[in-house]
Structures are given as C-alpha cells and as structure tokens.
Design a protein. Structure first.
Length: 307
C-alpha cells in the first residue's frame, strides 16, 4: 500500500481527530499497518491515550496542531448520530470545530500534504437518483446532514491553502459501534436471542459498508492525488432493513418478531441511499468490498464494549 511520506522518504506523521471513537479505532490501526506514525489531537499528541482537546477551543487546537506537526490529517471528530438531541451542539462541533482545525493547519510553517475530512452521504437526502454519484445535488433531510454539508461548504474556503479531500461515507458498521446505531442494535438483539425487536422506519434501504473497508479507503486516499476532490465511500449496492433482519435470522438460527414502535419513527427519513463508487476506484484502485453478511457474522461472533 502507498504511504503518505515525508520528503526524506520515511512514513508520515498522521494526525487523527476522533481517534478514540468507533471509526478512529479502526483508522488508527489501518494507518499504523500502512507504516504511519499516528498522533491523536490531544494535549500530548504523541500519546493517543492523553486527554482530548476540545475542537471548539480555538487556541488549544492551534497549540496541539503546532506540537503535532502532521504530514497528513484525518478529521473524524464529529457528532455522528443523526438523532442527536442537541442541534446547536451538532452544528458547533461539526462546522465550527472543523473550521478551528483547518485554521490551525493553514497557519503552520509547513502545511500537511493531505487533509481528509469525513463528511457523510446523508447530504444527498431523499434523491430520485437511483445511483448517487458526487455530482448529485445535495438535499439534506435532517440537522446532521445539514451540518455536514455546511462543513463541506466551509471547507472550500480553505482549499486554496490546504490539500483537502472530502469523503462521503455511506452507512457503515462493525464491532464496537454503539447500540444506538441501527445495525449494532439488531445484532445485539440476536446475540441475546430476544424474541422481539422494536424498530422505527423499516421500509428503508442503505448501502451498508464495513468499518474496516472505510478505514482502508481513508488510508489509501491519503496517498492518492485527491486534493480538492469529493469522493463517495460505498459498495454500490443497497440492502433493505428487512433483508438485514433475514440475514441475522439465518446467522443466529431463529426467527425474531419485528414490531414498529412509533417513538422510533423519524420524520424525513431518507428512504434509500445507494452510492456510486467509480470516483473512489479511480483514486485508490480496486476496492476491498466486504459483503454485509460477512460484517454481520463478525459482529455477531464478537461482543465488545461500544466505543
């Protein structure tokens, strides 16, 4: 695998924000496997276990970036749960927090050679387009999606100073994801051999991916010529929620009763998200797509504390 390298040819120093989160755990592992030195955005950047820096603390972010002196950045830190109850916190973290990071990077004596910002395919909203590529006009349908689209627009103000790549991952999951996310909730019910599961909108379909695929794609994007580009991270195939239930019934070997709980039904729910990954393939080469059933089997066999 290609590695973003310093001018002397050695593997680069990659700063990962949100390194202690679900995605950050896998991205850190993938970067290290590729030969990178990985730093967290913390008061002691060389120590990934150090207390984190609040992205809304502009001065603290600048100090941390100055100490880290990264060759590349993967920005994952965000409020990523669509149903998060505090919209103001979501906008401040996802937009203002990202701006503070970009500002700190832009004033460094030597700018990083790659800055990857994690956005979301939720920005496409309820589109009539069957296969969503990056040219589809964004139409966000919830505050989370609006905050991510606003982050993207804000980031364009820095693209003349920083080599920014915008990544739009579609839904992904894996071992360690919190159970307030849909697929871990479903898997945990089967692990407990529950008789009943209560869900919200069941007539939805998603382009589900494995977090390990996402971590690999992020790592490879750092070494690609992707500055100024927006790229979908997806498989190109959607799976309905009831198909997921069917897979899990087969994996666990029993039938579960599905009940719709009106309290879980979201307004403006995006009915279907299916991504076009041709641009991603053009940037990083062949994709290591992990079948959803393989991911579900991995999750079912491994019960770990949520990150």
């Amino acid at each position: 695998m290609n590695v973003t390298r310093r001018s002397d040819g050695t593997p680069g120093r990659v700063l990962v924000t949100g390194h202690r989160g679900f995605t950050g755990h896998y991205v850190t592992a993938a970067l290290r496997a590729a030969g990178h030195e990985v730093l967290g955005l913390s008061t002691q950047p060389a120590d990934l276990a150090a207390p984190g820096v609040d992205l809304l603390d502009r001065a603290a972010v600048r100090r941390a970036v100055e100490e880290a002196r990264p060759d590349a950045v993967v920005h994952l830190a965000a409020i990523a749960f669509v149903a998060h109850g505090d919209a103001e916190e979501m906008y401040r973290t996802n937009v203002v927090g990202t701006r503070n990071l970009l500002e700190a990077l832009a004033v460094q004596a030597q700018a990083p050679r790659a800055v990857l910002l994690a956005s979301s395919a939720n920005v496409y909203g309820n589109s009539d387009v069957e296969l969503l590529d990056e040219s589809v006009v964004a139409s966000p349908a919830n505050d989370y999606a609006v905050s991510k689209l606003a982050m993207e627009y804000m980031a364009t103000l820095w693209m003349d100073r920083l080599p920014i790549t915008l990544a739009r991952p579609f839904n992904y999951t894996g071992v360690g994801q919190a159970e307030n996310f849909l697929l871990p909730k479903i898997v945990s019910h089967f692990q407990r051999r529950a008789d009943v599961i209560e869900l919200g909108n069941i007539d939805v379909a998603r382009d589900f991916q494995d977090v390990r695929f996402v971590a690999d794609a992020y790592t490879r994007l750092l070494a690609s010529d992707a500055a100024g580009i927006t790229a979908n991270l997806c498989s190109g195939t959607s799976v309905s929620l009831m198909e997921v239930i069917g897979m899990m019934q087969d994996i666990a070997g029993y039938q579960i009763e599905v009940r719709v709980n009106p309290a879980f039904v979201r307004g403006n729910e995006v009915a279907r998200l299916t991504g076009d990954n041709r641009r991603l393939r053009s940037l990083i080469g062949p994709l290591d797509i992990i079948p959803l059933r393989t991911t579900l089997e991995w999750m079912y066999a491994n019960s770990t504390p949520a990150r």
